[in-house]
Design a protein around this ligand. Structure first.
Ligand SMILES: Cc1ncc(COP(=O)(O)O)c(C=O)c1O
Length: 368
């Protein structure tokens, strides 16, 4: 039996009738772009995230792009982020014309090491962009303290962290703006693409609403040079259905992570940490190994699918090369990129599937 890395069909089977009736409702209404379902989803997701405003867009990348534009970031500015992330984080900074400046990660949580931020600040720095990678929140208090003292904005990349909490507070409303993705494989995934910005700042919310829809303040009156970044009605309707199940799915992920922690204890891999102040939502269950190729091959032979998030840190991607960010600049990110391998993790995963993963790992374990 193959243990899939992710099983979107299994999830769909559990909510098929709800999803289909939500989609039919949109077809009947013919509100295909934005509309009532999207507006309702914005309110419901903002409430879920503890944020006064939510603005839905077409992708998580657009959420990051518009969050930065609304905050006034543009050419000549610098935004501090991490190289151990999906490329979209840095790409969105570049879309604004600003320059991504990297700081290394804390190797335990795979998130921004706040102790390295001050050394990266220059007169051009405008914002800090931590990533709640894999669903583990970044250590936000020291980041927010530096931002306050140095008058910088904090924009959270929460694309992988719906429902994650930092010291009991949901991510996305800890900084000035929070950016989420609803790509299908995310913890809250659309039947297509989707994204959303959360913020407590009404002006930012208003600007993002305009920017996502051609910069219009009313139809055919373009106050800003905007974009076509609108969420589709069907995605809003689907996400409303799925949001109602999200907490149950997150608890299932956390249960699976707890079981993995026990099952993998003697398997010779480094298991993910959950800081005492964190509610990790295990979007990705990334373990560490010094023999990744061998481990992936052996697991594959035993029917276990795996993935790598991510094999090359952003500063070593040709498209993001920067003379200030040579190889060796961010050793923890570079080591993580060499060592991480993601095991199957999805709410519907069965105990038998988890045992198959762990027995495959036990079979190939060797003392480290
Ligand atoms: C950390 C991170 N940031 C940003 C994004 C971009 O989201 P999207 O794929 O919805 O544009 C993703 C998801 O792919 C992500 O994982």
């Amino acid at each position: 039996m193959t243990v899939p890395f992710l099983d979107l069909k299994a999830q769909y089977e559990t909510i098929k009738t709800e999803i289909q009736s939500a989609i039919f409702k949109v077809l009947d209404s013919a509100q295909f772009v934005l509309g009532e379902e999207v507006a309702a989803f914005e309110r419901e997701f903002a409430t879920y995230s503890g944020a006064p405003h939510g603005v839905a867009v077409n992708t998580g990348t657009s959420a990051l792009h518009l969050a930065m534009l609304a905050a006034g970031i543009g050419p000549g500015d610098e935004v501090i982020t991490v190289p151990h992330t999906f490329v979209a984080t840095a790409a969105a900074v570049k879309y604004t014309g600003a320059r991504p400046v990297f700081v290394d990660i804390d190797p335990a949580t795979f998130t921004m090491d706040a102790a390295r931020i001050e050394a990266a600040i220059t007169p051009r720095t405008r914002a800090i962009l931590p990533v709640h990678l894999y669903g583990h929140p970044a250590d936000m208090d020291p980041i927010l303290e530096i931002a306050r003292r140095r008058r910088l904005l904090v924009i959270e990349d929460a694309a992988q962290a719906h429902g994650a909490k930092y010291k009991g507070r949901p991510v996305g409303c800890l900084g000035d703006l929070g950016c989420f993705s609803f790509y299908p494989g995310k913890n809250l995934g659309a039947c297509g693409e989707g994204g959303l910005v959360t913020t407590a700042n009404e002006q930012y919310a208003r600007t993002i609403r305009m920017l996502r829809d051609w910069g219009q303040d009313r139809k055919y009156h373009h106050l800003l040079a905007g974009y076509n970044y609108r969420m589709e009605g069907i995605q809003g309707a689907v996400l409303r259905v799925k949001l109602r199940h999200l907490e149950k799915w997150t608890e299932a992920r956390r249960l699976h992570a707890g079981r993995y922690r026990e099952l993998l204890a003697q398997c010779g891999v480094g298991i993910p940490a959950e800081a005492s102040w964190a509610r990790h939502v295990y979007h990705v269950y990334a373990v560490r190994t010094t023999d990744r190729d061998g481990l992936m091959r052996a697991l594959g032979e035993r029917g276990v699918q795996t993935a790598i998030h991510y094999p090359v840190p952003v500063h070593l991607q040709p498209a993001y090369a920067d003379p200030a960010h040579a190889q060796g600049s961010f050793p923890h990110s570079e080591k993580a990129a060499r060592e991480v391998v993601s095991l199957p993790m999805f709410p519907e995963m069965t105990q038998a599937q988890q045992e198959q993963v762990s027995s495959a790992l036990r079979a190939i374990a060797r003392p480290r």
